[in-house]
Design a protein around this ligand. Structure first.
Ligand code: ADP
Length: 207
């Protein structure tokens, strides 16, 4: 991807990031999902597995060689220092893999899906424009309970570890409201896709 224009897509858990990213991809955006990259790094033979085993011990690696996500989730929820150590392993790898994928991506412009973009200033600086998927917290909870089979308390705990709805909106250049059926997303996606095409064209002319 030669064009330097890029959109960082973010939003709370269950807000609809993946759903919206798919709609942009279908229209020609080159979508790189940092969550997928993080998952791959922690899959069997993933680039993070060696360091996780060294620093956290074999109890955090499954028999198939993947990170034991449940064990790690419990660990980092109760121990901020452990969370920092895990992030110190993962963040540079995620960053490097994302840049590699961005170089290879083909499309009209780059769209990086970054769940914690607002929480980490680095990503906000990396992208030209921040797009936030917004939805009421009650809907987030309902969707994630259905999708991940979690309890309301578990979903609320995850949400409490993320930026607030207001903080995300304050960091946004653009907002898509996902509080109705999927059809209501289409005109919002069409409008922003047209804007991003024109901004990407302007930016490449200036090169
Ligand atoms: P995120 O990537 O932000 O966690 P997803 O795009 O995976 O969110 O959406 C969370 C869940 O809610 C998914 O199961 C998705 O299919 C569903 N969903 C998202 N938006 C809508 C919508 N407008 N109407 C109905 N279901 C939706």
């Amino acid at each position: 991807m030669k064009n330097p224009f890029s959109v960082g897509l973010s939003g709370g858990i269950g807000s609809g990031k993946s759903t919206v990213a798919d709609l942009f991809a279908a229209r020609g955006a080159a979508v790189v999902d940092t969550d997928l990259i993080a998952h791959r790094l922690c899959a069997p033979d993933g680039a993070a597995i060696g360091a996780i085993r060294d620093q956290f011990g074999a109890a955090f690696i499954d028999a198939d060689g993947a990170m034991n996500r449940a064990a790690m989730r419990d660990r980092v929820f109760s121990d901020p220092a452990a969370k920092q150590r895990l992030e110190a392993i993962l963040h540079p790898l995620i960053r490097a893999e994302t840049e590699r994928a961005a170089q290879q991506a083909q499309g009209d412009y780059l769209m990086l899906v970054v769940p914690l973009l607002v929480e980490s200033g680095d990503w906000a600086r990396r992208v030209t424009r921040v797009l936030v998927i917004d939805c009421p917290e009650s809907l987030q909870i309902q969707r994630v309970i259905q999708r991940n089979n979690l309890s309301e308390a578990q979903v609320r705990a995850i949400m409490a570890s993320q930026a607030t709805r207001a903080a995300r909106l304050a960091a946004a250049d653009d907002v898509i409201l996902n509080d109705a059926d999927a059809g209501a997303l289409l005109p919002q996606v069409e409008r922003l896709h047209a804007l991003y095409l024109s901004l990407a064209a302007k930016m490449s002319q200036r090169l």
